[in-house]
Every structure is written in C-alpha cells, then in structure tokens.
Design a protein around this ligand. Structure first.
Ligand code: NAI
Length: 331
C-alpha cells in the first residue's frame, strides 16, 4: 500500500478528485490517501492557502496528486502552485500532449512532450510598483536551473525513445537571460549525440505549432513560455480537460492537470476528469503500480473512443459521474 498526499483543490477540483479516487479504487489501486486541503477554501480557517501541513505531508509521502487551486488575478495571495513547486524544488514540469483516439481535433499525430522549467523566470513573481503608473518584474534565469532542466529533457528523451529536443527561447531579445538558458541547453546537448538538438524562438514555435504540430517532439522551455505553450499544445489535442502534467524534483513528485479550477463550471457535475485521471495514471506508474495504471488507461480510452458518455467539453452531454461510471464499467 502506497500513501499519497491528495490535494482536492477548489473550484471543480473536488468534483474531479472524487471521480479519480472512485476510479482508482474500483481499479484496485493500492493507494492510501493522505487528504490535505489547500487553496481559497482553507484561508479563512488557517489564514494561509498553503498551510505547512501540506508541504510536510508531501515531504513525508514523497508523492502527491493535486487538483487545481484558484489564484486571484492581479491581487491577493501568491499562487499555491508556485509556492509548492518552490518549497519542494519541483524543478521540472512535464506535460505530454498526445492525440487521443475518439477526440476530434484539427490535427492528427500530435505527440509533443513539454519540459518546462518550474522554479524561476518571471514566474518567480519578483515585482515592484515603481510609481503609480509603472511596475516592474524581474526575470531570473540561472545556470544551475537551466542546466538541470536541459539535462532532464534530454534524459527524458533517451529514456522514452524520443528523437529531437527543441530548446525554446526569445534569446534574440532577452540576450542575457534567454541567452544563458540557450547556452546551457547547447552545453547539455553535447552529452547526448543520439538526440537531435534544435533551437527555435518562441514566437516562431507558436506559429509552427499551429501549422504543423506533428513536426515537434520534446520541447524544453523557461517557465513562462512553457506555461503558455503548454496550454496551446493542450488545445491541439482536445483542450484543457485532457491535458495532464507532473511536477518532478529530485526528491518529490506532484502530479496535476494543466487546467485550472474552472470557476465557470464549478459545482455543475460537468467537468472532465480526464486530465486529473491521466495525471493519476502517471502517478501510479511512478509508484510502480503499472498494471492498475494500464487498466485505467484502457477503460478511459475505451470510454472516449466509444463517445457515448462524454462531458460537454468533448462534445457530449454526460455528467462527470456518468463519464466516470462508464470507465469503471470496463474494469
Ligand atoms: P481554467 O483552466 O480553470 O479554465 C479555462 C477554461 O477551460 C474554462 O472555460 C473552463 O471551464 C475549461 N476547463 C478547464 N478545465 C476543465 C475540465 N476539467 N473540464 C472541462 N472544462 C474545463 O483557467 P482559468 O479560468 O484561467 O483559471 C481559473 C483559476 O484556476 C485561476 O484562479 C487560475 O489561477 C487557476 N489555475 C490553477 C492551476 C493549478 O492549480 N494548477 C493551473 C491554472 C490555473
């Protein structure tokens, strides 16, 4: 039995978490959940959206499954996600984007893996108000973080039979910061002669992803570009409802969907639990429960392929519960 920290989050978080937990239980996963609430719902009681007990729990269990948590825009507390990634030094954000049979998209054969640096860049949130009419934000890029994320990307490419790594930057403009990132990627690429190394500017990448996404394999990016490009890639394969993610460091791993708390559909039992479920499947593989992970994957893909019980974001009119029950019916 493996103990895993479970953060049900807020917004649609608790609904999709219930679905994922029910599915894992029905499939026979040997998981004991250490439930840790975080986010807007705990601020009132505990005065902090990310109480220390959450971090302590992940440090103890080493692995977590996390649903989305709301971050106020332009004001209020710092993102729980950013704090969590920093506190646990989860330096790599891994976001695979692959077509799923049964989900109609504009493209076939998309199979991209995004490796996003997770600890610095403008995402460090170092900002200040200069005066009433201006504010500034500091972009931090370090050699240490850039070398290790590049190493992670190439290592992932080798272990997963990938052929090409593209380093993505805007080094023509941000010559010092993105230039450093690119130099580090180049340095690491030398150690991996069997992986093709390419460089591309982020604006050009966005255009090419929309035109020919099947040309891309592994992308390694600084934090902010990685954030934006991973939503773009999620859109290529069926939207945020099906985009999984993982935050991985040397000691801990937190698996979570790419999407946010979707306040617009909160409490309506129509959120798609696929992204969280795919993240849970990766979590099961990470803790060596491959058999049960495969069983859930088969049930999920059969449900999507069959197309009878899809949530509205996938063009259906089923509820989260109906979709989940259909997956369970395949076990
Ligand atoms: P969002 O990802 O929550 O929603 C964008 C659109 O996608 C909405 O129309 C929503 O209904 C839809 N959507 C998202 N997930 C879905 C699902 N599973 N099934 C069906 N439809 C889904 O992005 P938004 O609105 O920009 O952010 C809402 C909040 O979430 C913000 O406070 C943001 O900071 C937070 N957020 C949290 C993340 C996390 O906890 N890892 C990641 C991204 C955003």
């Amino acid at each position: 039995m493996q103990t895993v920290t479970l953060i049900p989050g807020d917004g649609i978080g608790p609904e999709i978490t219930k679905a994922a937990v029910d599915i894992l239980k029905a499939a026979g996963a040997q998981i004991e959940w250490d439930i840790q609430n975080a986010g807007t719902d705990v601020i009132e009681k505990e005065g902090n959206p990310l109480p220390d007990r959450v971090i302590e729990s992940i440090k103890k269990n080493k692995v977590a499954l996390k649903a989305p948590v709301t971050t106020p825009i332009g004001k209020g507390f710092r993102s729980v996600n950013v704090q969590l990634r920093k506190a646990l030094d989860l330096y790599a954000n891994l976001r695979p984007c692959k077509n799923i049979d049964g989900i109609k998209t504009r493209y076939d054969n998309v199979d991209i893996v995004i490796v996003r640096e997770n600890t610095e860049d403008l995402y460090a949130g170092i900002e200040r108000q200069i005066d009433e009419n201006s504010a500034e934000s500091i972009k931090i890029i370090t050699k240490k973080a850039s070398l290790r994320i590049a190493e992670f990307a190439f290592d992932y490419a080798v272990k997963n039979g990938r052929k090409t790594v593209h380093a993505v930057s805007k080094a023509n403009i941000c010559k010092l910061t993105d230039g450093l990132f690119l130099n580090c990627a180049r340095e690491i690429s030398q150690k991996y002669p069997n992986i093709e190394y390419k460089e591309i500017l982020v604006d050009n990448l966005c255009m090419q992803l929309v035109q020919n996404p099947e040309k891309f394999d592994v992308l390694v990016l600084p934090n902010l570009y990685g954030d934006i490009v991973s939503d773009l890639c999620a859109g290529l394969v069926g939207g945020l409802g099906v985009a999984q993610g993982a935050n991985i460091g040397s000691d801990y791993a937190v698996f979570e969907p790419v999407h946010g708390s979707a306040p617009d559909i909160k409490g309506q039992n129509k959120a798609n639990p696929t992204a969280l479920l795919l993240s849970a499947i990766e979590m099961l593989k990470y803790v060596n429960q491959n058999e049960v992970a495969n069983k859930i994957e088969i049930g999920l893909f059969k449900t999507i392929q069959e197309g009878k019980f899809l949530t509205p974001d996938l063009g259906g009119n089923s509820t989260t519960t109906e979709f989940s029950n259909r997956i369970i019916s395949f076990f």
